[in-house]
Design a protein around this ligand. Structure first.
Ligand code: ATP
Ligand code: MG
Length: 142
């Protein structure tokens, strides 16, 4: 199995609902180690740049406004097949479609307020990690 890194964001809804610990426990229980972390309230510019891939989608403005609406917990996770493993722990984008026992099924209220973000490919993981952290801020234990 390949050791990978992925970017996780615990979104403002889950932070507000005091789910940082419950969500992070799921990562660690599945073998994903937190190797970098910071809590921040994103600026509009940061959010627009981070979600630039969605800039032409009808939900872009709402998405950006929501991610800036409160503090988020940004983490780099490292472990076997981290990118796909995190996506499977997260569950489907719309919590109504998310499999039972996934983070979104248990902690998200709607498709807009869906508790977590996770990188979706090797390429985006690399870009998204570099968006928030330098290599020196990542404490690999692989
Ligand atoms: P994320 O990128 O947050 O991990 P995702 O990869 O499951 O989620 P994307 O398709 O990348 O989903 O969409 C990014 C975010 O935009 C979603 O998390 C969701 O909050 C929002 N979004 C996606 N599709 C819709 C939609 N049809 N209506 C409203 N919001 C949406
Ligand atoms: Mg996505």
């Amino acid at each position: 199995m390949t050791t990978q890194r992925t970017l996780s964001i615990i979104k403002p809804d889950a932070v507000k609902n005091d789910k940082i610990g419950a969500i992070t426990m799921r990562f660690e229980a599945a073998g994903l180690r937190v190797i970098a972390a910071k809590m921040e309230k994103l600026t509009l510019k940061q959010a627009q740049d981070f979600y630039a891939v969605h800039k032409d989608r009808p939900f872009f403005n709402d998405l950006v406004a929501f991610i800036c609406s409160g503090p988020v917990m940004i983490q780099v996770l490292e472990g076997p097949n981290a990118i796909l493993l995190n996506r499977s722990l997260m569950g489907a984008t719309d919590p109504k479609q998310a499999a039972a026992g996934t983070i979104r099924a248990d902690f998200a209220e709607s498709i807009d307020k869906n508790a977590v973000h996770g990188s979706d490919s090797i390429e985006t993981a690399k870009q998204e990690i570099a968006f928030f952290f330098t290599e020196a801020q990542c404490f690999s234990r692989a």
